[in-house]
Each structure stands twice: as C-alpha cells, then as structure tokens.
Ligand binder design. Structure first.
Ligand SMILES: [Zn+2]
Ligand SMILES: [Zn+2]
Length: 197
C-alpha cells in the first residue's frame, strides 16, 4: 500500500532536523547543539559560507499549538572579497534564527503564504538559514573599516600608497584651464591695477 499523498517525503540534508522524539504535546522542548557542513552557495556574491565549512547550531526546538518553533543561533565562518580593494576577506558571523514550522494540518490555507511546514516529522532549516544569513551579511563587506579602496587610475591599493598619490592626467574639458591661470586676460590685469591704486 502506498503512503497517503499528504505524507510527503521527509527532506534530506545536513540542515534537516528529525523531530520524531519531540512529539506534538505543546510545551515539549529539545535543545539541539550540533555542527553540520555548510551547503553550497550559502550567502551572497560578495561574501558567503565556504561550502562544507562547519556551521555550529545552538537551537531550541519547541512544540507549540500550531507547529514547531525553532529559535537560537547558527555560527559560521565566512569568506569573500573586500568591496573596495577586492582583497580576500575571512570572517565569521552569528545568525539569529527564529522560525515557526507549521504542522501540515495547521498550516495557513492561503496559497500565497510562504511559511515553513513540518514535513514527515522533519524540519528543513536550510531555507531558514539562507534567509536569515542573507539579511545579516554586509551589503558591502570590507577588509578593514578604513579600507581606502583602489586608485581609479592605476588600480593600486590606496592604503599602500603615499597620501599624495595622484596621476598627472588632465581631463580634456579642463585642458585650457592651466594656461588661463598662468596668463590672465588683459581685463583682469587692469582691475588688479585699479585696486592697487
Ligand atoms: Zn579592502
Ligand atoms: Zn594610481
């Protein structure tokens, strides 16, 4: 006999929690402290969790009336690129997690609703962690707070250069300016002379 259609196949993966032991009695609670390998492509283009890096989970899993509430933290290393100077960055982050997984028979009817569900006594934390992480990551990660970035002209790292680093390159629109300053027009000369008198 095949399983009833509402018994969906339990999700699989390092971030899937088996909650069979928890039961459905509201108030029953379990603490989950574990380390799991990071799935691929967790993060943003600029900064991400290296695939397979250890994610340390410290979670409280609690049965409530409508489902299972998961709260706690995920601590994970990060690797990326400085948005100013493009140097590699290594960092870590603690992400707060708080999510209610509805029991299938308690889930909101709204088809637009994108809340999470308990599937066959399992919770898939991967999409939860993805959402929480992307919101916590810096939009423009920096190798150090005072990173001055790269010289727009030569691409050298500004922090490694002299403070007066500059390129003798004149915008063609201003090319006439130096000669005007050196040779002021005759009218201006007259005015200067008047003031002196
Ligand atoms: Zn930098
Ligand atoms: Zn330069």
């Amino acid at each position: 006999m095949t399983a009833p259609s509402f018994r969906r196949r339990a999700p699989r993966g390092p971030l899937v929690l088996d909650i069979r032991e928890l039961g459905r009695r509201a108030g029953s609670m379990k603490r989950v402290v574990t380390q799991v390998p990071a799935p691929a492509e967790l993060g943003t283009e600029m900064i991400h969790v290296p695939s397979g890096a250890p994610i340390e989970l410290d979670l409280r899993v609690e049965a409530v009336m409508e489902g299972v509430l998961v709260s706690g933290t995920a601590f994970t290393p990060l690797a990326g690129e400085c948005s100013r100077c493009l140097d590699p960055i290594e960092d870590d982050i603690t992400v707060d997690i708080r999510e209610l997984f509805y029991y299938p028979d308690r889930a909101p009817d709204d088809p637009e609703d994108d809340s999470f569900q308990v599937v066959n006594d399992h919770l898939d934390l991967e999409p939860v962690l993805r959402d929480a992480l992307v919101l916590s990551l810096p939009l423009s990660p920096c190798c150090r707070p005072d990173c001055a970035g790269l010289c727009a002209d030569c691409g050298a790292r500004m922090n490694d250069l002299d403070v007066d680093h500059a390129h003798a390159r004149v915008d063609p629109r201003w090319a006439a300016l130096p000669s005007l300053i050196e040779n002021p027009s005759p009218n201006e000369n007259k005015n200067e002379n008047k003031e002196k008198d």
